[in-house]
Design a protein around this ligand. Structure first.
Ligand code: ZN
Length: 307
């Protein structure tokens, strides 16, 4: 195994010419029709398994198309989902690991497991330093974040929608890793997987107001609609205009940018944060989007485990 430090150092040099922190060179692993997205730097760790699922392959039937739906849904059978999960784990080389997923509730609840729990737990992040467990979060627009501490050999999987992001769930998950595994933030590698992009994620100005009231850098995470006439909603929110001014329309929120900022704020080094630029809403050929597909949407699964 090459020393982790030299690997990291090489990547800093290479990426200093590109957009810092925005890693577009993700690997795609194709196994029997299933396509899995991986971060090369993380995939190099021989004791670790990780991957972000995509839509193609699988046995679920979504409007006549065979898809890899990895979350239980009204429109799909339990058998299909279990078979899809089996195929996904097999494609990852993780058949012998025990998948742990949560009943996700857009909270900031983080679970630490030494072994697979007897029943489904409610929460939105899970962490461990034990081998044999495959930690997973399900998404279809929300941001999946995988964390690895290569020194202490500890991992976490985080589900961050706008509510989780507002509650700083990824920062709190790192806090748990620091407390329980003695993780140092500067050692952590983070992969922010495919999610709805700032191009497509429309939220109400009341959501923007909550972010703006909590995070000084929040104006960077929002964008106005480029339709022409209406006032800039971000400016409108910052200026606290008089009540008679016309209310602004919705704004666009870049959740990945927000979570990347949280990671940097928590002490991660920019070259150790890998952000997928794939948008679930733009890439319906490759990904699932709840915003675009509604209740008929499938679920992506992002997993990480110690062999
Ligand atoms: Zn988009």
């Amino acid at each position: 195994m090459p020393p982790a430090k030299s690997v990291t150092a090489k990547r800093i040099v290479r990426k200093s010419n590109a957009r810092p922190g925005f890693e577009t060179a993700w690997d795609e692993r194709k196994v029997r029709g299933i396509r899995i997205l991986q971060v090369p730097t993380i995939a190099k760790l021989p004791w670790l398994i990780h991957g972000f699922s995509t839509k193609p392959g699988g046995v679920s039937d979504q409007n006549g198309e065979k898809v890899l739906n990895l979350g239980f849904a009204e429109w799909d059978t339990k058998e299909n989902v279990l078979e899809n999960r089996r195929r996904f784990q097999s494609a990852l080389g993780a058949s012998d690991l025990q998948l742990i997923s949560l009943e996700q509730i857009h909270s900031d609840i983080i679970h630490l497991f030494n072994a697979a729990p007897a029943e489904l737990c409610r929460g939105d992040a899970v962490a461990t330093n034990r081998p044999g467990l495959l930690l997973g979060v399900q998404t279809a627009d929300c941001v999946p974040i995988l964390l690895v501490d290569p020194k202490k050999r500890a991992i976490a999987a985080v589900h961050a929608g706008w509510r989780g992001t507002l509650q700083r769930i990824v920062v709190k998950a790192i806090g748990q890793m620091q407390m329980h595994f003695k993780t140092k933030s500067a050692d952590l590698l983070a992969a922010i997987g495919p999610s709805i992009g700032g191009c497509c994620y429309e939220v109400g100005t009341e959501v923007a107001a909550q972010f703006l009231s909590q995070f000084p850098e929040a104006p960077d995470w929002f964008d106005e609609f480029r339709t022409g006439d209406e006032p800039n909603p971000i400016q409108w929110l910052n200026m606290m205009p008089p009540g008679h001014q016309p209310p602004p329309r919705n704004v666009l929120l870049d959740l990945r940018k927000a979570n990347r900022a949280h990671l940097l704020g928590a002490g991660l080094r920019a070259p150790n944060i890998f952000v997928s630029d794939l948008c679930t809403a733009c890439r319906r050929d490759l990904l699932f989007s709840y915003r675009k597909e509604g209740p008929q949407s499938g679920r992506l699964l992002s997993v990480i485990g110690i062999r």
